[in-house]
Ligand binder design. Structure first.
Ligand code: AMP
Length: 194
């Protein structure tokens, strides 16, 4: 089973990704995690992307494509991916189609965890107030910028999947368990899982 998870900053995407990973043993492909790791390790790639990430902007597509191609061409891995934070724009979505065609796998679900913009903004401000900021790009200014980038670059990708009839919009306003349960019910309709 291959899944893409979409959600604006503050929508709870990370939490639901963990739910799916634990429930179905999916392999997470998080471009954000890979990039953060490179920054931490101070690799060439890390140096290239550090400022872009700290500003909440998108890293150039070519860098992302090479990360994704490397991961998906890993011979041990054939299926059962969860894409988290990728694709972030239309070009990336088209590229993912290409790569998946080449290795003969397909997408089963694309989930959009939908949360009202006002709620996102207030969650962002609350997060920033709690002082314990664990990520450099978690200050309220950068989060607001990331939300803008999401609306401008990533939201149009939802239409791309809507037109392919593969998008499920999940109401992200409920509790964590309610959101997980909605996702699970959608999967259950197509897959024999419990
Ligand atoms: P995330 O953890 O997914 O929120 O990603 C953190 C940051 O990494 C983003 O704000 C971007 O700067 C960068 N990033 C992660 N994934 C991508 C992607 N698919 N395309 C471009 N930039 C990305």
């Amino acid at each position: 089973m291959n899944i893409i998870l979409f959600g604006a900053p503050g929508a709870g995407k990370g939490t639901q990704a963990n739910f799916l990973i634990n429930k179905f043993g999916l392999l997470q492909i998080s471009t954000g995690d890979i990039l953060r790791d490179s920054v931490k390790q101070k690799t060439e790639l890390g140096k290239q992307v550090e400022t872009i990430m700290a500003n909440g902007e998108l890293v150039p597509d070519e860098i992302i494509f090479s990360l994704i191609t490397d991961r998906l061409n890993d011979k041990d891995i054939k299926n059962d991916f969860i894409f988290d934070g990728f694709p972030r724009n239309l070009k990336q979505a088209q590229k993912l189609d290409e790569i998946m065609n080449e290795i003969n796998i397909h997408l089963d679900f694309v989930f959009h965890i939908d949360v009202e913009e006002e709620i996102l903004t207030s969650r962002i401000q609350n997060r920033a107030k709690q002082e314990k900021i664990t990520r450099k790009d978690d200050t309220s200014e950068v989060l607001i910028e990331r939300l803008k980038v999401y609306n401008r670059e990533t939201k149009p990708v939802l239409d791309y999947y809507l037109n392919k009839n593969i998008l499920t919009v999940i109401d992200g306003m409920g509790t964590i368990d309610e959101v997980s349960s909605d996702i699970f019910m959608t999967i259950k309709k197509d897959f024999k899982v419990d």
